[in-house]
Design a protein around this ligand. Structure first.
Ligand SMILES: [Fe+2]
Length: 336
């Protein structure tokens, strides 16, 4: 009561609590910037009250009151998060100074906390913006290829969709899926470096022409390696999507599980789309025929687990066949 009278005389609005529980009750009903708390109290002592206040009302500062002889106790309270301590008996000048100091200290702490939060938010926003920009520029790269190569139009987005469906069946992590999403969209990006006359050639290719086309995984990998340092799974798709499970693929002749899972997944998705997509000079296979072909090559060209996962995904969701008239019109638009 003495303290309350002293503080009110200084212009503070005070509430008085007879116990720790009562103090918490008052704090729940109304916000207070500062609590002056005795240490020795029945039931809940000052140390416990301090802990409770810090947990439930982190913006409320606590100044402990101890006897002159209890300096160690006071120091323990400071360690536990009290902003200051007062010793009994009170000297009005000291109470006024300590309370003002504690309030000022609290103001700075809150200001600092708010500033830090704002800064963190800004960093998160900025990072997201950079990521979006980065993905958009890669997207543009993929679009550039689609304009050049009639066959690729829509191919990479469909491969992306199939690849994600397979990955989900296999229960991979979100970060893996995110990288697979990007990698499968960009898997053929190296075809940017392949001559257009060969890319769009109708009919069969000579051995040299085929070898030239099959340089695209390494060209793509070289192109993207500096950009995708933080996304190794995306990069692996680009380099290894033409590896074969039996080791007769390209460019590194990797075998079985030496081939990164993301590339084994994309190989199945890529082949399925290649088989079901029509080209100018030939119609695509039916879904049933393409699935039968995947099954026939499971264990030789493809990872059996990925083929099985693809079949399970197919049962659960239907993948509509591309509407070639719409694809042609969209392509004309982008070229124009
Ligand atoms: Fe490819």
């Amino acid at each position: 009561m003495l303290l309350r009278r002293l503080m009110e005389a200084e212009g503070f609005v005070c509430e008085e609590a007879g116990s720790g529980d009562e103090a918490l009750e008052i704090l729940r009903a109304r916000t207070f910037p500062l609590v002056l708390s005795d240490f020795h109290m029945p039931r809940m002592d000052g140390g416990e009250l301090l802990k409770e206040i810090q947990a439930s009302f982190p913006e409320t500062a606590v100044v402990m009151i101890t006897a002159v002889s209890d300096v160690n106790l006071a120091l323990r309270c400071l360690d536990a998060g009290a902003l200051d301590y007062l010793t009994k008996p009170f000297a009005i000048e000291e109470v006024r100074a300590r309370v003002s100091q504690a309030l000022e200290k609290r103001r700075l702490i809150l200001e600092n906390r708010a500033y830090r939060l704002e800064l963190e938010e800004r960093v998160v926003l900025q990072t997201r913006k950079y990521e979006e920009l980065f993905l958009a520029s890669l997207q543009s790269l993929a679009d550039a290829l689609e304009v050049k190569d009639a066959y690729t139009w829509g191919h990479s987005t469909r491969v992306q969709r199939y690849a994600i469906a397979i990955a989900q069946e296999l229960g991979v992590s979100p970060s893996f899926t995110q990288q697979l999403e990007l990698g499968s969209r960009l898997h053929d990006i190296g075809k940017i470096g392949v001559r257009e006359s060969i890319l769009n050639k109708e009919g069969s290719l000579t051995e040299a022409e085929y070898a030239h086309i099959m340089e695209h995984p390494v060209i793509g990998w070289r192109l993207l390696a500096p950009l995708l340092r933080e996304m190794p799974h995306a990069l692996a798709v680009v380099r290894s999507h033409h590896e074969r499970f039996d080791g007769r693929g390209t460019p590194d002749k990797l075998q079985g599980h030496e081939i990164p899972l993301e590339a084994r997944i994309t190989a199945v998705a890529d082949s399925f789309d290649a088989m079901t997509s029509g080209r100018v000079y030939r119609a695509g296979m039916s879904v049933e025929q393409a699935v039968a072909e995947l099954r026939r090559c499971s264990g030789t060209q493809f990872d059996p687990e990925c083929v099985a996962a693809f079949e399970r995904a197919m049962e659960q969701q239907s993948f509509p066949r591309p509407d070639w008239a719409a694809v042609g019109a969209a392509r004309l638009q982008i070229v124009a």
